[in-house]
Write a protein that binds this ligand. Structure first.
Ligand code: GN1
Ligand code: MG
Length: 366
């Protein structure tokens, strides 16, 4: 069904003026809808959730409802005495009072409020920007830390379970398509070798959970730099968006993901692999920002696994992009041929750069 027809299902005043594609997400279809009344305008974000990625989209809406209710209540109090205004998008209900709309094809659509006069960036801009990204993530994790994990559903089974991605890659490697791609691409063989050499390391967090060293907490799941909004007027972080992947997990996956995204100034789509390096100055900034809030809930064991988190997240995303390339690009949207292979090369190069800077990173961790 056309996005403009769907937009009208939500409880927003005024005339629909436009619905246009928005943002650069790799998974869902996102639009900006603009409505106008006689005296004002309302903009909201309209999204179709991809069933191929989120098989039970109702679960993510239930999680989003729980988390936004808790956070909005707390933020109202926090903002009274804060040096900044913390925000979080809210769910806009349908005209008949539901949190989402199911179209004729069975696809789930939802509308969320647009955070005005705040911007996000695909790539980190400066150490101050990295500091703000860390601050926003730490603040968000602290806000949601007392939500019982049992009350949250799993948005995606196996999300951030690194050995699971390896197993998927292994299965895919048995297919004729994967074998064909591998035999024709030296870059693909380089990726596979890099991953194979780190196979044992991939279990580090699953082992830590089994041994009871680390435990599950509510997590954001996708705190890349593009999901952190910065107030245009003050330059301070105001909120984290893209709440689809909230679910029980390890906070390490969150901080590891924010770090892999913020400490690679060349970005996820860097075309020159030589430009992909892990920047330790940016790391120092994001870590300081994160810890300004995370210190309130971080344990010694949490701290002991920080380097592994920084090392594993680019490796894990590299495996995910690579496996999707081998599978024929079924999960991540691609914008050109071999996009997933190129993305994998960037993440694996970043993982290599983290390994080369282990000493310096550990020094920052203290
Ligand atoms: C996907 O769709 P988007 O861009 O918010 C992915 C993340 C990756 C990210 C890499 C549900 O996020 O895990 O880190 O791409 N989301 C899902 O850009 O798999
Ligand atoms: Mg996302």
């Amino acid at each position: 069904m056309r996005a403009s027809l769907i937009a009208k299902q939500f409880a927003v005043a005024g005339h629909l003026i436009s619905v246009e594609p928005y943002g650069s997400g790799n998974v869902n279809d996102t639009y900006l809808a603009i409505f106008r009344t006689t005296f004002s305008e309302e903009r909201f974000i309209l999204q179709r959730v991809r069933r191929a990625v989120f098989p039970r989209p109702e679960n993510i809406m239930r999680n989003m409802r729980i988390v936004t209710d808790v956070c909005h209540r707390k933020l109202e109090e926090v903002n009274e005495h804060s040096d900044r205004i913390w925000q979080l998008p809210k769910i806009i209900q349908t005209r008949d009072g539901h949190d989402f709309y199911i179209d004729g094809d069975g696809d789930l659509w939802r509308a969320i409020s647009n955070i005005a006069s705040a911007v996000s960036y695909e790539k980190v801009q400066s150490p101050d920007h990295a500091y703000e990204a860390g601050t926003v993530l730490g603040h968000f994790q602290k806000l949601i830390s007392d939500i019982p994990c049992e009350s949250l559903s799993y948005a995606i089974e196996g999300f951030h379970i690194t050995p699971g991605y390896l197993a998927q890659m292994d299965e895919t490697l048995k297919t004729p398509l994967a074998q064909d791609l591998l035999s024709h691409s030296r870059e693909a063989r380089t990726c596979l070798k890099f991953i194979e050499d780190r196979r044992d390391f991939c279990s580090v967090f699953e082992n830590a959970k089994k041994e009871g060293r680390l435990h599950l907490r509510p997590t954001h799941g996708d705190p890349k730099v593009a999901n952190i909004l910065i107030d245009e007027k003050t330059g301070k972080g105001t909120c984290i968006v893209d709440l689809d992947t909230i679910q029980p997990g390890l906070v390490h996956a969150d901080i590891g993901d924010a770090v892999r995204s913020c400490c690679n100034p060349a970005g996820e789509d860097a075309s020159d692999l030589h430009s992909v390096v892990f920047d330790t100055e940016l790391f120092s900034a994001i870590y300081r920002g994160y810890m300004s809030y995370a210190k309130d809930f971080f344990t010694n064991e949490d701290h002991a696994y920080m380097f592994d988190a920084i090392r594993i997240l680019p490796l894990e995303l590299g495996i995910r992009f690579f496996a999707d390339y081998l599978a024929g690009d079924v999960y991540f949207k691609t914008r050109h041929k071999e996009h997933n292979l190129k993305r994998a090369l960037v993440q694996l190069k970043l993982a290599e750069s983290v390994e080369a800077r282990e000493g310096r990173i550990r020094k920052v961790l203290g």
